[in-house]
Design a binder for this molecule. Structure first.
Ligand SMILES: C[S@@+](CC[C@H](N)C(=O)[O-])C[C@H]1O[C@@H](n2cnc3c(N)ncnc32)[C@H](O)[C@@H]1O
Length: 270
């Protein structure tokens, strides 16, 4: 719950809340009247209205029951990695839920005309909280969730992929899978800092991929990438969207044998 919703609960009457709920549903119905099918090429718009039937985020573990609880610490349905550090959920979003979406400096929301499943990956920190970094909404923020926002903001990276591609950061492997599918890609080097995540997810991903060679280096991109030779390096090791261009440019300067760099949230989306 954000701070405004929190205070609204206490500062409004039941009638106000019922009116807010009615408006919410009215807006949802208005938006669903123009719902369109989602596909790889769907463009960002501040109001994205999608059909639920067209949304297929391809869960890594389809057998994990869906959960309507956004908090991985409280959800009853999940799958934990053997190393105990990672938790996977199939989160279900039900109408009239509005999901935030960003592209470059623009922001908007997505609604679907029915329930949809969003695969998510969370990481436990050393004191047992579920998050991927220094998040304000610490208990709930995933490393990766397969949403229109994640897809729209990563596909510019996919379009750069050719020859030998370095993928920095595994997450749920969405980017890795899209890179692997490209005909122009000859081989991939995956650089991921967490051995437990690689051991858990890579076999699952490999089983549904083609046969493009993938070399795995477990390590920190800052130390590994400057020593590599490659055509392109696609970086997504970031908990936050935006302002990752500085890190990309620093690695670019330090890596004389990597021809081109792209970073998620580096604000060069086209
Ligand atoms: C946001 S997720 C990547 C999501 C991925 N692009 C996808 O499509 O599913 C970030 C990943 O980077 C890894 N990571 C974080 N910092 C790293 C670093 N310095 N070097 C290598 N991997 C890192 C995390 O363990 C996590 O798997």
């Amino acid at each position: 719950m954000d701070i405004n919703s929190f205070f609204n609960v206490f500062s409004t009457t039941p009638a106000d809340r019922a009116e807010a709920e009615r408006r919410n549903w009215a807006e949802h119905r208005r938006r669903c009247a123009s719902a369109r099918d989602w596909d790889w090429k769907t463009r960002f718009t501040p109001e994205m209205n999608l059909t639920a039937v067209s949304w297929d985020a391809k869960p890594l573990f389809p057998g994990v029951p869906t959960t309507d609880c956004g908090n991985p610490a409280k959800s009853l349905d999940y799958l934990d990695s053997p190393c105990g550090q990672f938790r996977y959920t199939n989160a279900v979003l039900t109408p009239p839920h509005k999901l935030r979406v960003g592209w470059g400096l623009m922001r908007g929301t997505v609604v679907w005309d029915g329930p949809v499943t969003i695969p998510r990956l969370h990481q436990r920190d050393e004191v047992g909280r579920w998050g991927a970094g220094d998040f304000r909404n610490y208990e709930c923020h995933p490393w990766m969730s397969i949403t229109p926002s994640e897809i729209i903001t990563q596909r510019s990276g996919v379009r750069h992929a050719k020859g030998h591609v370095v993928v920095g950061g595994l997450g749920l492997g969405w980017l890795l899978e899209r890179v692997e599918e490209r005909k122009k890609v000859e081989c991939i080097t995956l650089v991921e800092v967490n051995q437990g995540l690689v051991d858990w997810l890579l076999p699952v991903l490999r089983a549904r991929m083609g046969d493009t060679p993938i070399k795995v280096i477990v390590g920190d991109v800052d130390e590994v990438v400057p020593k590599l030779t490659a055509d392109v390096c696609l970086l997504d090791v970031y908990p936050y969207y935006g302002s990752n261009g500085q890190h990309r440019d620093k690695l670019d300067r330090e890596s004389p044998n990597v021809k081109h760099f792209w970073a998620w949230g580096g604000h060069k989306e086209r």
